[in-house]
Design a protein around this ligand. Sequence first.
Ligand code: UD1
Length: 455
Amino acid sequence: MSSLSEDARRQGERVGLTADTIVIHGGKPLTGRIDVRGAKNLVTKAMVAALLGDNVSVLKDVPNISDVFIVKGLLEAHGVIVTETGDGELTFDPRNVTSAHFAEIDAHAGSSRIPILFCGPLLHQLGEAFIPDLGGCRIGDRPIDFHLNALRAFGATVTKLPQGIHLTAPERLRGAHIELPFPSVGATEQVLLTAVRAEGVTELKNAAIEPEIMDLIAILQKMGAIIWVEPNRTIFIEGVDRLGGYTHRAISDRNEAASWASAALATKGDIFVANAKQPELLTFLNVFRKVGGEFEVFEDGIRFWHPGRPLTPVVVETDVHPGFMTDWQQPLVVALTQAEGQSVVHETVYENRFGFTDSLNAMGANIVVHQDGIASITRRVPHRKLEQAAVITGPTPLHGADIRVPDLRGGFSHLIAALAAEGTSTISNVGIIARGYEHFIDKLRVLGADFELAD
Ligand code: UD1
C-alpha cells in the first residue's frame, strides 16, 4: 500500500506534473480566460460503460487528469484497447475483455474508488470481478455497502478475501427492486451499469439524478439501453441482451467551473471560464450571487468576477442535485473568509469534509467546525445523523503558510487561499490536485498567479 505522498506524486506524474510543491506569492487577483473540459465525474464512468459494449466507443472532451489514467490502466488491465484518437478523444475497443490479476488491479487503482464501478460490467462480461483492498487508506471511510447490497440483489455472490472483495455471477444477473438509503451518486451508477444488461426490469428508488448521471444514461441509451427516469427519483431499467458502442462528448465539468468562480471571488479577480454551462450550475450561481459575486453567462462560457465591494455572508447546505453540491463548498469557504459577517456551511452529504479548514485557520481565517451540526432557521435540507457545520466569521486577512494538500477539493481551496493571502505559501502534495483539475499549473500561469514549482 503506497503512502499518501507517493500516491500524490504518482497522480501528478501521470499528467506530466513532476513537482511535489508549489510556492505561491499571494495577494494578486487572478484574471484571464481558462477553459474546462469534460466532467471528471462523468468521464471516468463513461469509460467504464465502454466495457459493456460489444463494439468500439468514442469519448470526446476527456480532460488530462490522473483519474482518467487510472481508469485507462484498469481498462487495459482487463484487455480493453484504449487509443488516443485526437485531442481529448479516447477510443475504447472492448472486444477482448479478460480477467485481470488482483495485484494488477490494485496497482492501477491507487486510492481511487473507481474499481467498484467495474463490478457490474465485468460480471456481465466475465462472470467475476474484484475490488482491491477495502481495508483503509485506499477507500478511506467512505463505505460501499449500497454498492454491494445492490450487486447482491442482482444475484452476485460477494466474498471478502484478505486482498479485497471477489464477486461472482455463475448465472446471468437478474433485474432487481432496489431502494437506496440515500441518493448516492456512485451506487446509482452501479445500478445503471449493472441493470442495463441484466435479465428483466430493474426498479431503482431514491436514485441520484446529478447531471453527470443523466449524461451517463444518455451514453447507455446510445449503446442500446432502455432507461426510464420517472419523477421522485425512481429509475426503471429494462435489461437488454447486448449493447453496442457509443460516440459521445462529455458534459462539461461544473465542479471545476465552480472552483475557478470561487477563485475569482477569493482573489478579487475576474475569470472567464470557457465551456462552463449555466443549467448545471443554477444553484451554485444563486449562492455566488447572494455572496455578492458578479457573473455573466455567454454562449461559450461564464465570466465570474469580484464586485469590488464587500462580500455578504451566506447560510448554505450541501445537498444532492439539484441542491448545492458538496464539492462546491470548499473553494467557496475560502471566499467566505472575506465576507463581512458570519457564514454557515452545513455539510449534509459527507460526514467529514471540513478537514481543510485547519489550514485556512493557520492562514488567519476564523472558522469553527461543529461536528454535530448546528440548528439554523433557514434550513432547507433535513438534518442528517452525521452532518457537520462550519461557521466562518469574516473578513479576516489571510497570510501565507506551509500546507500539505489533504484531498482534491480541499487542496484546490488551499491553492486559492494561498493566492488570496498576503505573503508566501508553500503547498506540498499538489499531485492530488491533478486528479481532477486539468492543467491547473498552466491555468494558474495564464491567470497571472505568481508562483514557482519545487520538489
Ligand atoms: C460522487 C462524486 C463526488 C461527489 C459525490 C456527491 C464521483 C467520482 N465523485 O462521489 O465528487 O462529492 O458523488 O455528489 O462522481 N454512501 C454510503 N454507502 C455507499 C455509498 C455511499 O453510505 O455504499 C454515502 C457516502 O458515505 C456519502 C453519501 O452516501 O455520505 C454520498 O456518497 P456518493 O453519492 O456515493 O458519492 P460518490 O459517488 O463516492
